[in-house]
Write a protein that binds this ligand. Structure first.
Ligand SMILES: Cc1cc2nc3c(=O)[nH]c(=O)nc-3n(C[C@H](O)[C@H](O)[C@H](O)COP(=O)(O)OP(=O)(O)OC[C@H]3O[C@@H](n4cnc5c(N)ncnc54)[C@H](O)[C@@H]3O)c2cc1C
Length: 320
């Protein structure tokens, strides 16, 4: 029987897996088809891809800055050139922005190297059986582990593990907000010397120029655009069936940038139901020693890669 089952291959799941694997045997499960969670990357074709979750990392704490600098030196991360504009199209002040060398799930892939991992493996049920945990996948297969770590967003955690969480956790007021993201590819559209633009608009919040990340050279321009919170809330439950939602967002982008609609060769919408929460909790992670159950994730402390990483490090310290 392996020591740890880890649910989730995002920043928190991959970080805790990496830290624990120095001493224990671990197996990571994720319901998605690939690693990364909210730092996933979608390939369009060849080496052209979109970061449709995390756009960049701006470290703040000493500990995380040290870690990011290490990955920068190892050439896993690089800088994203600073031509990030606010809605007045004025250049904003400089802040270091780090991105993956090939994609923004590079960090997760680096963490998970040599670790046992299963994708397209949604875990439907967890049971503590006195001395071990039994997890049941959607395909009804069962697996047993000595300990269990859950890294999914708060609403998914409550659904999966309600009976094992104590009152102080169940009573937390963590509201995870949605986000609607659209990926667009233009052919032969004159590229703009812009890395990202922040919009002051009811529908559109932000757009990132994937070409400006300099991972590929192409006459195809890739843009990832994010809807405003107001509009994401309004559309999150119907974006899969109502095609006009993607088209409205694209029309807005085109109107605000002056791009040409007839140059679009690809478009895809993605809805993040549990994108981020504004509130902070009084905790960084949970470790229930009696039942060998741990919980970590960004939602404890705010919607940043840094907080997911700090939460996983906090949990690893508690386990040790
Ligand atoms: C659109 C968007 C843009 C963002 N931009 C930035 C940014 O620029 N910079 C920044 O620092 N942060 C950004 N964030 C926030 C950042 O993505 C998160 O803080 C961080 O990725 C969270 O990592 P995590 O490991 O805690 O959670 P997640 O990445 O959500 O990982 C949880 C994993 O659990 C899996 N899972 C859930 N339930 C199950 C189950 N039952 N069985 C198996 N697997 C399951 C999920 O598939 C997922 O992979 C952004 C978020 C979004 C949505």
């Amino acid at each position: 029987m392996l020591d740890f089952c880890i649910i989730g291959s995002g920043i928190a799941g991959s970080t805790i897996a990496n830290l624990l694997s120095k001493k224990y045997s671990v197996h990571v499960f994720d319901k998605a088809r690939g690693p990364g969670g909210r730092s996933s990357n979608k390939r369009f074709k060849h080496n052209l891809s979109f970061d449709h979750g995390v756009q960049y990392i701006s470290p703040k704490s000493k500990l995380f800055t040290k870690y990011i600098n290490k990955l920068f030196r190892k050439k896993k991360l690089k800088n994203w050139d600073d031509n990030h504009l606010d809605f007045t199209f004025e250049k904003k002040s400089f802040s270091s922005k780090y991105i993956g060398r090939r994609a923004n799930n590079d960090l997760v892939k680096y963490n998970l190297k040599n670790i046992k991992q299963s994708f397209a493996s949604p875990i439907e049920r967890i049971n503590f059986k006195k001395y071990f945990w039994e997890i049941t996948l959607k395909n009804k297969s069962k697996h047993q582990f000595k300990s269990l770590i859950i890294t999914c967003p708060f609403p998914q955690l409550k659904k999966l593990a309600k009976q094992y969480l104590d009152e102080k956790i169940l009573k937390l007021k963590v509201q995870m907000q949605p986000n609607i993201t659209v990926m667009i590819a233009f052919k032969n559209q004159k590229n703009l010397p812009i890395s990202s633009i922040k919009f002051n608009d009811d529908i559109l919040a932000w757009a990132a120029n994937e070409n400006s990340k300099k991972r590929f050279k192409s006459n195809i321009n890739l843009w990832t655009i994010q809807a405003s919170l107001k509009w994401s809330k309004k559309t999150i439950n119907k974006y899969k069936t109502d095609k006009s939602i993607m088209n409205q967002l694209i029309s807005r982008f085109i109107k605000l940038t002056g791009f040409k609609k007839d140059k679009i060769i690809f478009k895809k919408i993605h809805g993040w139901k549990y994108s981020y929460n504004y509130e902070k909790t009084p905790y960084l992670s949970i470790w229930y020693k009696k039942i060998n159950l741990g919980v970590c994730g960004d939602w404890f402390n705010g919607p940043k890669v840094e907080n997911a990483w700090l939460s996983a490090n906090d949990l690893a310290r508690k386990i040790k």
